[in-house]
Design a protein around this ligand. Structure first.
Ligand code: ADP
Length: 454
């Protein structure tokens, strides 16, 4: 029986390191330890919890290069981007703690007879099951709101990037009381066992299939869930769009992190009148990208995170080509886990590549003849995470954006909102959500305390 989890570099295929697998039989006891620790952690104030965690920011900053190096080695993203992610988490750490504390401040509501205060209490033990594509950021976004709300947390990071998660967890644990944050190492089996254990909230970011399994398992005992389940984000390019900026966005958002981003542009709908110009502009940009060693600072695209991910992306591309898509750029056979940035036109919704999440460096372009058709194509998906609309007439573009059935939509920009906005999916892209005042509060139990008005 395997007792350790090996982390393998998807570029060099060398072993990055290994960690002991958490035995499945130990998981209920681990959750039990977290529950015991919950009493003490809950008894201190939000301000004290913040004071406890704040010094971790400086330690994370000090270790950003090492954390970034591990992340890049484990999942293949360019080192510069991986260190950037670690620095972003360290730099934003204290502000994030403070915005969580602000969201958890009690507030009042009153009418003629009653005065009520809404308090935010801990839920108990939170399980955080996180992915490999932003292995530090996703962990931080799941763990901090849970901890500051007074819950104890058991994490189960992705088996693709266990070492960076373990190091992040170790840094936070330099400052936390014992058993307030416990890490479980393993794959889906450990995740499943954690979901089946006595946890009060499961926070999950990952695939729709796994999300459905988790929702079913949690539903059986009415445990709460926050599920962020990826997307198939559309980009709509209207006939008056600035072609250069629409193509900049399309290329950046289709190819960044080798397309392994939940809000990657996965479907592009372009007005037939500007389709040729837009296609050539995207191809031009794809041709500038350099595949290579993630450690080389000139590399723009590293390998896919795993052979499994590469074969999924290739299946989507080859399936589309077989069914009549036109290859505008890319798709040359690559060594190892690399997939060349690929631009396809003439795609349609009967193709898997326009229906299922690809999570690869592919731009798929389909033409439309009317705005109604563009809206109906963009909305023809069970996913509903992000979207973008590009058009020079901002009110016309906004009108199109308002008709899209996603949780987030950007006009002439990406879908992420201003500071303090929630990160939220519609339809099957999410159940519950995180970030912003409303998101932070989902990690807590609302309690309404009412008195008679004198
Ligand atoms: P991916 O295929 O991209 O790794 P998954 O959704 O399968 O995405 O995995 C995301 C996270 O969920 C990982 O930490 C993984 O180990 C975990 N996981 C996989 N299957 C299950 C499951 N049945 N229950 C709980 N967690 C799971």
């Amino acid at each position: 029986m395997t007792t350790s989890l090996l982390s393998v570099n998807p570029f060099s295929h060398a072993t990055v390191g290994s960690l002991p697998l958490t035995p499945l039989s130990e998981i209920p006891a681990i959750v039990g330890r977290a529950r015991l620790a919950a009493g003490g952690w809950k008894s201190i104030s939000v301000t004290e919890r913040i004071a406890c965690l704040k010094p971790a920011a400086a330690r994370l900053k000090m270790e950003a290069a090492r954390l970034g190096g591990l992340s890049s080695a484990e999942m293949g993203k360019p080192l510069v981007e991986a260190i950037g992610e670690a620095n972003y988490c360290a730099d934003g750490f204290v502000a994030e703690l403070e915005s969580i504390a602000a969201a958890l401040q009690p507030f009042m509501r009153e009418d003629e007879r009653t005065i009520s205060t809404i308090h935010f209490e801990p839920l108990g033990v939170v399980a955080a099951i996180t992915p490999w594509n932003f292995p530090i950021l996703m962990l931080q976004q799941s763990v901090l709101p849970a901890l500051i709300a007074g819950n104890t947390v058991v994490t189960k990071p992705s088996e693709v990037s266990p070492l960076v998660a373990h190091e992040y967890y170790a840094i936070l644990n330099e400052f936390l009381p014992k058993d307030v944050l416990i890490n479980v190492t393993g794959d889906g089996a450990q995740g499943k066992a954690l979901v089946a254990s006595n946890v009060d909230l499961i926070v999950f970011t990952g695939s729709r299939t796994t999300g459905a399994h988790i929702a079913a398992a949690a539903g059986a005992r009415l445990a709460r869930v926050i599920l962020e389940l990826g997307g198939k984000d559309p980009l709509v390019v209207l006939d008056d769009a600035d072609i250069a900026s629409a193509a900049d966005f399309a290329a950046r958002n289709s190819f960044r992190n080798a397309g392994q981003v939940c809000v990657s542009t996965e479907r592009i709908y372009v007005d037939r009148k500007v389709a040729r110009a837009f296609e050539s502009a995207v191809v031009e940009r794809a041709a500038l990208l350099k595949l290579g060693d993630p450690a080389d600072p000139t590399t723009s695209i590293g390998p896919m995170s795993s052979a499994r991910q590469k074969s999924l992306v290739e299946r989507h591309i080859q399936g589309a080509l077989k069914d009549g898509a036109r290859l505008l750029f890319g798709n040359r056979t690559q060594e190892g886990n690399f997939v060349e940035p690929t631009v396809l036109a003439g795609v349609n919704h009967s193709m898997e590549i326009m229906r299922e999440e690809t999570f690869g460096p592919v731009a798929c372009i389909m033409e439309f003849d009317s705005i109604d058709q563009a809206v109906s194509l963009a909305n023809d998906s069970p996913f509903g995470l992000g979207a973008a609309v590009f058009g020079a007439d901002e009110s016309r573009a906004t009108n199109v954006a308002e008709r899209l059935s996603t949780g987030m939509v950007g006009v002439n920009r990406g879908c992420g909102g201003a500071e303090g906005c929630p990160w939220v999916g519609a339809k099957q892209s999410g159940v519950g959500f995180h970030s912003g005042v409303e998101g932070h509060r989902q990690f807590a139990q609302f309690r309404v305390l009412s008195k008679k008005k004198s």
